[in-house]
Structure formats: C-alpha cells, structure tokens
Design a protein around this ligand. Structure first.
Ligand SMILES: CC(C)(COP(=O)(O)OP(=O)(O)OC[C@H]1O[C@@H](n2cnc3c(N)ncnc32)[C@H](O)[C@@H]1OP(=O)(O)O)[C@@H](O)C(=O)NCCC(=O)NCCS
Length: 210
C-alpha cells in the first residue's frame, strides 16, 4: 500500500470514492476536492493499492479563533467544502475534515492508516497547536431514545463504544470534546449531529526518565 498526497488528476476518482462511501447527500463534490488539492495538497492523502486509489483523508489548517467561531456547521468551518476562506498555511489547528474508503475496501484498516498518517503529518508541521475533527455518531438513529450525551459514551458489554465511527476515533487515541447539534442536517444516520474530537499533538513518552 502506498500513502501519498493527492494530485489534481486524482480528483475524478476521489469524487467516485466519496460517492461510494458516504450516505446520500454527504459526499464532497469534485469541485470541492479540486479546491482542497490546489490550496493544501500535502493535507489531502490518498491510499493506493496495486496502483489504484481506494481511500482518501482530507484536512485543512485553520486559525483556532476561526475554528471556534465556525465549528457549529460543516459548511461554515470548511467554507462550503472548498476551504478557500478557512484554510491558512499557518493555521494552528489541523482540522481532519473527513476520511472515506471505497465500499469494497472497507473493514481492512485503511481509514486507520490514513488518519494515523494525517496525525503524524500534523505533528511534524511547525505551528500546529491542536488536531481536531468533527466525526459522526453514525448509528445514533438506532438509539434515538437516548440523549446524544448518553449515546456518545454508550459501550457494549465487551467495553467497546457502540458506535463504530466514534469508536474508530475514541478507542484509538482521540478524546471527545463536545457534541454539535445540526453540524450536518443532511446526515440522517447521525440525526444531524457532529461530535468534536481531538488527538493529542504532543505524545508523552511511555516511560519518563527521572
Ligand atoms: C468510517 C470509514 C472511513 C471506515 O473505513 P475502514 O477502512 O473500513 O475503517 P478501518 O478498517 O480502518 O476501521 C478501523 C476501526 O473502525 C471501526 N469502524 C469504522 N467504521 C465502521 C463501520 N461502518 N462498521 C463497523 N466498524 C467500523 C472498526 O471497528 C475498526 O476497528 P477494529 O479494527 O478494532 O474492529 C468507512 O466506513 C467510510 O468511508 N464511511 C463513510 C464516511 C464516514 O463516515 N467517514 C467517517 C467520518 S469522518
């Protein structure tokens, strides 16, 4: 498997992967993806297997004040997906916008590899103070009698978070910051909610020397 920054000629295929992976009405368009590749190519990572691009993780750098003022909705914090008015080359927040994997290639750890690579990249860039993302409580529609606060911490008997997309982040090093009602009203599975999560920029060494 090869992980590399996206190029402009990947855009049509990335748009197809988005269409294949996301629920109806949530995929980024080719124009949105092209704009992100033009403005911040290093932050648009693709996974290639046998010469074929099969997964995509997209990010931007935004000033923390902008993030805080605009985090309530996806169009506001991403400037309608195009990042023209949101991405700044010296932004101190590394914003993980999204990750998606071609349907036929889901379940093999590709999204984890891509997000781990994004985190590695963010940690290597000068001036990054926070790594934030807004993820999806994607099975909330199945437990809608619970409040969102109850749902996001709900674990099965085995101790895993019940929601697989939340587990994807929260059981792999991210912390839950807050829930965002109406973040993506078109996300019917998540009842419109987003969940703001944060990965640590600085990793404590396992054994501190005294
Ligand atoms: C969410 C998504 C990116 C996961 O891709 P993937 O390559 O299949 O994920 P991985 O194989 O790396 O999974 C890593 C972990 O996430 C969990 N997970 C994530 N999505 C899951 C799902 N839909 N069903 C079951 N488990 C899921 C898995 O349990 C796995 O943990 P495990 O290996 O310890 O069991 C993919 O399902 C997708 O493209 N969904 C549509 C877009 C989306 O919702 N993106 C996430 C929000 S930004």
């Amino acid at each position: 498997m090869l992980i590399r920054p996206a190029q402009l000629d990947d855009v049509p295929l990335l748009s197809e992967i988005e269409q294949s992976a996301w629920p109806k009405g949530m995929a980024s368009t080719a124009d949105e993806i092209r704009s992100r590749v033009e403005l911040f190519p290093a932050g648009q990572l693709v996974a290639e297997i046998g010469g074929k691009v099969v997964a995509f993780a997209t990010a931007q750098r935004v000033p923390e004040a902008f993030f805080n003022a605009n985090r309530a909705t996806f169009p506001a914090v991403t400037d309608r997906g195009r990042i023209v008015g949101s991405h700044r080359p010296d932004g101190d927040v590394y914003h993980l916008i999204g990750v998606c994997v071609l349907k036929s290639h889901q379940g093999f750890g590709l999204a984890r590899v891509l997000i781990d690579r994004q985190i590695e990249l963010a940690r290597s860039l000068p001036g990054i103070r926070r790594i934030l993302g807004v993820t999806r409580p994607a099975r909330y529609h199945k437990r809608s009698t619970l409040s969102i606060e109850q749902y996001v911490v709900l674990r099965s008997a085995s101790g895993r978070l019940v929601d697989p997309v939340l587990a994807f982040h929260l059981d792999y090093g991210a912390r839950l910051v807050t829930t965002l009602p109406g973040f993506r009203p078109e996300d019917h599975d998540s009842l419109g909610y987003g969940v703001l999560i944060e990965y640590p920029v600085h990793v404590e060494p396992a054994h501190k020397r005294t």
